[in-house]
Design a protein around this ligand. Structure first.
Ligand SMILES: O=C(O)c1ccccc1N[C@@H]1O[C@H](COP(=O)(O)O)[C@@H](O)[C@H]1O
Length: 234
């Protein structure tokens, strides 16, 4: 179980549970202070902040840590990293009070273990091309709370393209996962009806922006309403 980062022994609530009819929603790439409050008001389960310097959504000094810390505690705050050192990840997690990390590079099972033992919820991302070798994910199983499957592309993440979701029909590991990669409003109905083994949630990112890192809260509200009827509107 994940413990509060930087607070040894302080337990945080267990991870939100998805049900076949209630997908978890992670909105990623938050960078714009004006949109942050509006998107948080929609009640996503997770909000992602990108700490990969080469990303157009890199938080850097653009977003004050206080704004992130002040978000409702019910929302899991996720730092997204690409091949970052464990030391820097813990430092950033502490600064922004992040409870979770998404590792979107070639991070090892050993690094997942260090971060998990240090109290962070760990989501390990894997890029999907023409096929997936689920056996290669086995060493990660003990140290990850979620996996995340994203489309292989020119850059580590945020490519805005989908992959063949049917590849996940043969998923047979015990770790729940998020579906990512180019998910947009046009996929809402299909996602709401999607039944894949162990699917926990969806990750919404570049298809809900007016500019990189500037989320379109109105479009996200429409998506959430379709994915989770009864979700707050704006
Ligand atoms: O969005 C980025 O810029 C990014 C950079 C580095 C690592 C991950 C990144 N985003 C993640 O990419 C997937 C898919 O996003 P999209 O829907 O294709 O735009 C998502 O999990 C984001 O968290």
């Amino acid at each position: 179980m994940a413990l509060a980062a930087g607070v040894p022994g302080a337990a945080v609530p267990s991870t939100p549970a998805a049900t076949p009819s209630r997908l978890l929603v992670k909105v990623c790439g938050m960078r714009d202070a004006a949109a942050l409050a509006k998107v948080a008001a929609l009640g996503p389960d997770f909000l992602g902040f990108i700490f990969a310097p080469k990303s157009p959504r890199f938080v850097g000094d653009v977003l004050a840590p206080e704004l992130v810390r002040a978000l409702p505690p019910a929302i899991w705050k996720v730092g997204v990293f690409v091949n970052e050192t464990t030391e820097n990840i813990f430092a950033t997690a502490h600064r922004f009070s992040l409870a979770a990390v998404q590792l979107h590079g070639q991070e090892t099972p050993a690094q997942c273990e260090e971060l998990n033992e240090g109290g962070l919820l760990v989501m390990k991302a894997f890029s999907v091309g023409e096929k997936v070798d689920f056996d290669a994910l086995l060493p990660y199983v003990p140290y990850c709370d979620y996996f995340l499957f994203d489309t292989k592309g020119a850059v580590p993440g945020g490519n805005g393209t989908t992959f063949n979701w049917n590849l996940l029909q043969s998923y047979n590991l015990p770790v729940p996962y998020f579906l990512a990669g180019g998910l947009g409003l046009e996929h809402a109905a299909e996602l709401a009806a999607l039944r894949l083994p162990c699917l926990a949630g969806v990750d919404l990112n570049s298809c809900f922006e007016t500019a990189p890192g500037v989320k379109d809260a109105a479009r996200l509200a429409q998506m959430l309403t379709q994915l989770r009827p009864g979700a707050p509107s704006i």
